[in-house]
Design a protein around this ligand. Structure first.
Ligand code: FES
Length: 133
């Protein structure tokens, strides 16, 4: 793989990676999970839709770095307005990843997304890269 200049932010050009069809993400519904390399480690990430817009985060609670879903791809609480960690109940704003309540220590790590021609994409950043098998 080519050196993408990932040592620093200067000159970084994000890759835009197709993730799923737009209709796979329903408002406050199940997530679509995907694999990323974050800081050189293989991690799970997830995309959800809230109030019409797609968002993606690393699947890592800010309290303890554990995966958050209480059932596979279930991240929304019963109200459908907050993302919740199954372990100790930390809740996060689905738009920003910021802590809303519970034992958070900071916010979720956001992954940029875009949507075009009925397809949701995620964007690499200096920390978050594709997994090369
Ligand atoms: S690990 Fe998520 S709330 Fe404790």
């Amino acid at each position: 793989m080519a050196d993408l200049g990932l040592k620093g932010d200067a000159g970084f050009v994000p890759q835009v990676i197709a993730l799923c069809n737009s209709d796979a993400l329903v408002n406050s519904g199940d997530a679509v999970s995907f694999d990323v390399m974050f800081g050189g480690q293989s991690c799970l990430a997830f995309a959800i839709r809230y109030d019409g817009k797609a968002y993606a985060y690393l699947n890592r609670c800010s309290h303890v770095p554990m995966e958050m879903d209480y059932q596979p791809n279930r991240f929304f609480d019963l109200t459908g307005h907050w993302l919740i960690c199954a372990t100790h109940g930390a809740t996060y704003n689905p738009r920003t990843g910021e802590c809303q309540g519970g034992p958070c220590r900071g916010k979720l790590i956001k992954i940029e997304t875009s949507e075009r021609d009925g397809v949701v994409h995620w964007h690499t950043d200096p920390q978050t890269q594709t997994v090369n098998f």
